[in-house]
Write a protein that binds this ligand. Structure first.
Ligand code: FIX
Ligand code: ZN
Length: 413
């Protein structure tokens, strides 16, 4: 490997800011929802499911404990009693390193360091350090807690925080979603008839106008669509409103929610998706853009081929259980082989602010050598690879593909 190419690629990847196109982060004006600090980091659901493997502890009782106690348990099991070798635990160590916090087995030492961080604009500080220029939130109008903030009008559009209207409760859980829509004053019936469809669309229009999302999104189970009404709600309510506002629809497929319900959010699993419905949807609606990611490793190849056949599909991210160096390497290499530069390689899915520091630095580290190898091959074919060539390509992957696909203007990010 040509050392200078490796170095230029890695410098470029580290220098170019990324648009994080799917997170669960909120600006600090959403006070309770803007999560940060060591206790939040340790109680990330990825770590809870790992830590609870070690002790004979009743899951439900564990989840009732105060957050500090849960964090202490995770710390003890994963960082003190044994080495923290999993991706999510290594992530905590990367965060400490990035914030210049020395590792200590005593969690209180670490808490002390966090409590001394004195930064007026911590969110911007973390974003700059992670080299993330903006991030897309997950904004759920069916979530009571989040709605309070929208009602209070605390969101001011900014180029850093981009809303996305999340609609899976509508598609997956009509029974409860219809109650919310009804309480909001829309006249709907349990049966999804023409007038209920029109009222539901009104509800969606209201939220599109309020949030000004960059896309609508739904995370759907591995066996979607299971019931006729799910496709009816997607195709007759959600997608027509996307069309009216020229919004892409983001589909995240392959969850097996509550595989172990005792573990709460940490109990979600994965299942393989069947693409038949999705393929015909992409074919039938060529003007509707779809951002798509799937959770099962076994589905990656099929999805890559779909993304190669349809202009209206933009494949994104190595999601959740796939966000490990080994799987990123495998999946990203395959995507480059089939799609060239036409995909969005990663999103962070962060829930806690400081996670930006590890999720993006780990990704950049894994991605650099994979991309450098490509340029090496091009040079072997006689092409001259300059810093500008590499910048242009990385910019496309980290920003341009998302901006162009979603019609965001460059000044908005
Ligand atoms: O549906 C989603 O957006 C998922 O990303 C989450 O439900 C999941 O809990 C998560 O945090 C994965 O990284
Ligand atoms: Zn997510």
């Amino acid at each position: 490997m040509n050392n200078s190419i490796e170095k230029i690629v890695s410098d470029t990847i580290n220098e170019i800011p990324v648009i994080d196109m799917h997170t669960h982060l909120f600006p600090d004006s959403f006070s309770q929802l803007c999560l940060h600090g060591i206790d939040e980091l340790l109680t990330y659901h990825y770590l809870i499911s790992e830590a609870t493997l070690w002790a004979d502890i009743d899951y439900q009782k564990f989840l009732m404990l105060p957050q500090k106690t849960q964090a202490e348990f995770v710390w003890e099991e994963l960082f003190v009693k044994r080495s923290p070798i999993s991706e999510a635990s290594l992530g905590v160590l990367t965060v400490l390193k990035e914030l210049d916090i020395p590792f200590s087995k005593d969690l209180n030492d670490i808490r002390e360091y966090f409590s001394k961080i004195n930064n007026d604009d911590y969110v911007t500080y973390i974003m700059n350090k992670a080299n993330v220029s903006s991030f897309v939130m997950t904004n759920n109008p069916f979530d009571e807690e989040e709605r309070k903030y929208w009602d209070q009008g605390v969101f001011f559009s900014s180029k850093n925080f981009i809303p996305a209207l999340r609609v899976d409760p509508l598609i997956n859980d009509w029974e409860n979603a219809s109650k919310t829509i009804h309480q909001d004053g829309y006249s709907i019936s349990e049966e999804i008839d023409t007038s209920t469809i029109e009222e539901t669309k009104q509800f969606l229009r209201f939220w599109v106008q309020k949030m000004k999302p960059v896309y609508m999104a739904a995370s759907l189970p591995w066996d979607f669509p299971k019931k006729d009404y799910e496709t009816l709600l997607l195709e007759e309510c959600v997608l027509p409103v996307c069309e009216e506002y020229n919004l892409p629809m983001s589909l995240m497929l392959g969850t097996k929610r509550q595989l172990n319900p005792d573990l709460g959010i940490a109990g979600d699993g994965v299942g393989q998706t069947s693409f038949a419905y999705l393929e015909q949807l992409c074919m039938r609606l060529p003007e509707q853009k779809f951002l798509i990611t799937v959770l099962a490793r076994e589905n990656q190849y099929e999805l890559t081929v779909i993304a190669q056949k349809f202009k209206n599909v933009m494949l994104f991210g190595c999601w959740w259980f796939l966000n490990t160096p080994q799987l990123i390497e495998e999946i990203t290499t395959m995507r480059m082989d089939q799609l060239g530069l036409h995909f969005i390689p990663q999103h962070s899915d962060c829930r806690v602010f400081e996670q930006l520091l590890y999720k993006w630095s780990h990704f950049r580290q894994t991605f650099s050598p994979i991309l450098a190898q490509r340029y090496q091959r091009l040079e072997n074919q006689g092409l001259t690879i300059t810093k500008e060539t590499i910048q242009n390509d990385v910019e496309q992957l980290f920003q341009g593909n998302f901006i162009n696909f979603t019609n965001l203007s460059r000044s908005e990010v």
